[in-house]
Design a protein around this ligand. Structure first.
Ligand SMILES: O=C(O)C(=O)CO
Length: 254
């Protein structure tokens, strides 16, 4: 049976994070994950996780100046201090709530200097995270949703992961982002499996619930099971209406 993690950056966004965790438990999710939990005291999130018995699989580093269009800091040349603060903040929060991974967001930039900056910051992030037993994730975002984002495809992520060579650095494989730009989700997933740390999904191309769209998630989830992957898969989709009414896919695809 496929196990699922509710991404609370997109699901149950109408309520405080601790209540969203409780709603995910009631709906039958096996774990949760989030984007930017920092406005909620870690003690409240920890309590909701303890009450529900759910694990928080991961959270993201802050994006920076969102109003100015920033989508992360770690590949931005000249922003080393901000990037390291974001990493320390995310690792401390993850540690406080017993989360498993931190997604370090690269930001919008390109070029050799950006790559060198990202490598330096990721190496530091892996070192800091290792002390708390945490995994660092990097996630390629598709160019339709995140134009100009430094990390644009799985091959680029794979090259970086091999180059940095830290045992706690892994790929966040989001079937949605891969499906938008890399065509064959199943083949790419199989190829990337050894470096994958977490898998997410949403319909392609509208990022809705996974029971429609161009990617056949019945087939993808069966493949993932056949490949021996046992961690919960992250439901990071945008419900068309309220979250409860969007959950029909769970019984169909489990
Ligand atoms: O878009 C995504 O998948 C992200 O995690 C960034 O919010």
């Amino acid at each position: 049976m496929t196990r699922f993690s509710a991404n609370l950056g997109f699901l149950w966004t109408d309520r405080p994070l601790p209540d969203a965790i409780r709603a995910a438990k009631t709906a039958g999710f096996d774990a949760v994950e989030c984007h930017w939990p920092y406005d909620t005291p870690a003690s409240e999130v920890k309590l909701a996780l303890a009450q529900t018995g759910l694990s928080m699989l991961g959270l993201n580093t802050v994006r920076g100046d969102v109003a100015a269009g920033e989508m992360g800091l770690s590949a931005l040349p000249g922003r080393r201090d901000d990037a390291l603060s974001a990493i320390v903040q995310a690792v401390s929060y993850a540690d406080a709530i017993g989360a498993q991974a931190v997604h370090v967001m690269a930001g919008k930039c390109d070029g050799v200097e950006a790559e060198a900056t990202f490598i330096e910051n990721l190496s530091a992030a892996c070192e800091i995270a290792r002390r708390s037993g945490l995994t660092i994730l990097i996630e390629p975002l598709n160019a339709f949703d995140a134009p100009g984002y430094f990390l644009g495809n799985t091959q680029q992520a794979s090259t970086l992961i091999r180059q940095i060579d830290a045992s706690n650095l892994k790929l966040m494989f989001d079937c949605y982002h891969v499906g938008r730009t890399e065509v064959d989700v199943a083949a790419t997933l199989q190829k990337m499996l050894p470096i994958i740390g977490h898998i997410q999904f949403a319909a392609v191309p509208d990022r809705g619930a996974p029971d429609h769209g161009d990617v056949d998630f019945r087939r993808i989830f069966s493949l993932i099971t056949e490949l021996g992957w046992e961690h919960p898969l992250g439901a990071e989709y945008r419900p068309a209406g309220d979250t409860e009414s969007s959950l029909g896919w769970m019984a169909k695809l489990r």
